[in-house]
Design a protein around this ligand. Sequence first.
Ligand code: MN
Ligand code: MN
Length: 468
Amino acid sequence: MDCEKTKAELLKEKLFSVKKNAYLEMSENEIDEAYDFCEGYKDFLTKAKIEREFVTETIARAQQMGFSEFDRSRKYAPGEKFYVVNRGKAVILCVMGSRPLTDGIRLTAAHIDSPRLDLKQHPLYEDKEIALFKTHYYGGIKKYQWSTVPMSLHGVVIREDGTSVDVNIGEDEGDPQFCVCDLLIHLADEQMKRPAAKVITGEELNLLVGSRPFKDDKASELVKLNILNILNEKYGIIEDDFISAELEAVPAYKAADVGFDRSLIGGYGQDDKVCAYTQLEAIMEIDKPAYTCCAVFADKEEIGSTGNTGLESSFLKYFIYRLADAYGLSGIDVISATEALSADVNAAFDPTFPDPIDIRNGAKLNYGVCVTKYTGARGKSGTSDASAEFVGKVRKLLNDGNVKWQTGELGKVDAGGGGTVAMYLANLDIDVIDVGVPVLSMHSPFEITSKVDTYMAYKAFKCFFEER
Ligand code: MN
Ligand code: MN
């Protein structure tokens, strides 16, 4: 008789919230699917380290899947697929639904920029016969994490004659790499007394790029000259061309499995390419949706979504206006009926650093995709706090779709905070909530995610798009 449950046990089953590790609830088949899915993710993460590369790769994939460039002069039939690129650094993929546009769009928005070291406009200098690049870090970083990391250089240079050249060096086997140097521990007594924010300062984030002088006895700055000569031969550029360039130094290594059990993924730029990739895979598989589906891949989130490629700008709004125009509809009506998932990462609980997370409300690795009702700092400042009604709707959607999910608050009250693009979507009169993957070591050169959480993000976006 001892196998019979007591009244209290039965009542607990009925009333208590139970969240389990996703591995304990997923079938072996589904776990295998998740691991397979992440092989594609690791490849993409390695190939698309900066926003421009992500856009290029996305368009190539989209074209293969039948997406064509958006033509505002025409109407699209249900199931038709198209995309619109914003200045090479952001892109919107769209699949036309069978419902009228005024029923609203099912929209997901991830960002494809990540913290990194941008080159300054006058980057190259020689000091004591060593050549270096001055950098200006982009996004919130612990600067000390970015020294002694092998780095590659990505981006574009616009030459004086207006032609452009793409740069990607340090990724291929045999390519040279770059790095920010740090002081040897033997001589670092003074440095080690600095507060952590200043162990490496912004002006010390100088990228080592060479040391061999051009052979000449008379001229000065021969190491710098030699570097410029190499760059001129390879890319046809001169020093002034750096002024009209966007060059980004990022960690040079590939994404990799982490752990003996290969349950985790390590790599650069997973905030927020883990959500960008999963929403990309989701929209690629949408065939004849009821609602028109849009996946937005935005730039500049890491510096506040500012600028004309960030979501604080009007590019998304204008796209929807133009789409509505072709049907003689009001873009305002389409936007107001739209529902969105802000696809961005959250912090995963780290047992080594338990303090800043309220474990009852924080996200955990392997507990599925994370739904974040609000972000913000100091009393929810600067957040879009999703309504109970919209949270309720998303909760039902995920449960009905058998998506493993959890909630996550970005750290303890007063521990710090952050924000996402959710507030900019909310400003457009859109119902929106954050849904994304928990990350360890966020904003570091080697961020960690869980394979099953990543897979569940893909499933979540897919069932959101598939709503009838
Ligand atoms: Mn993010
Ligand atoms: Mn971030």
